[in-house]
Design a protein around this ligand. Structure first.
Ligand SMILES: Cc1cc2nc3c(=O)[nH]c(=O)nc-3n(C[C@H](O)[C@H](O)[C@H](O)COP(=O)(O)O)c2cc1C
Length: 125
């Protein structure tokens, strides 16, 4: 971490939670004097009517939990669930939204725009 001025931390969401390693990283690392950006990837965040739920519960809740985490930019993006993972998901609210052919609701324009904005902030003095 000493070698870096800028850090991006992200997690996929599983069963409403950050993955263990990603949350541990956010919790344990110090980001003093670094610019930090944080994003999540979650199927809910890619669905218009569930976006607010994902933003509040999967992103803001974690950021509010750790006082030392003060990102310069955040985002909640949609996700992609590999077909082989689908049978693992017991949550009917989630499964009901995923027809065979639509297991990917990422919005690449939104992701690219965010990445450019983060790049700009990271390269400012
Ligand atoms: C086992 C499993 C559980 C998941 N649970 C949720 C969930 O509770 N809410 C949600 O919005 N997305 C859920 N997803 C979808 C993931 O958030 C989505 O696939 C995301 O893109 C995963 O990111 P990753 O590929 O970086 O791990 C789940 C996916 C899997 C495989």
């Amino acid at each position: 971490m000493d070698d870096f001025d800028n850090v991006i931390v992200s997690s996929g969401i599983e069963y409403g939670e950050w993955t263990q390693n990603a949350e541990k990283f956010l919790e344990e690392r110090k980001f003093d004097n670094k610019k930090l950006a944080v994003f999540i990837s979650s199927y809910y965040a890619g669905e218009e009517d569930l976006y607010d739920h994902a933003y509040e519960n999967f992103l803001m809740k974690i950021l509010n939990k750790y006082n030392h985490v003060k990102p310069v930019k955040i985002a909640a993006f949609g996700g992609r669930i590999p077909k082989k993972e689908l049978p693992k998901i017991a949550d009917q609210r989630l499964l009901g939204r995923i027809p065979e052919h639509q297991n990917d609701n990422r919005d690449w324009d939104k992701i690219e725009a965010w990445a450019h904005e983060v790049g700009k902030i990271f390269s400012e003095d």
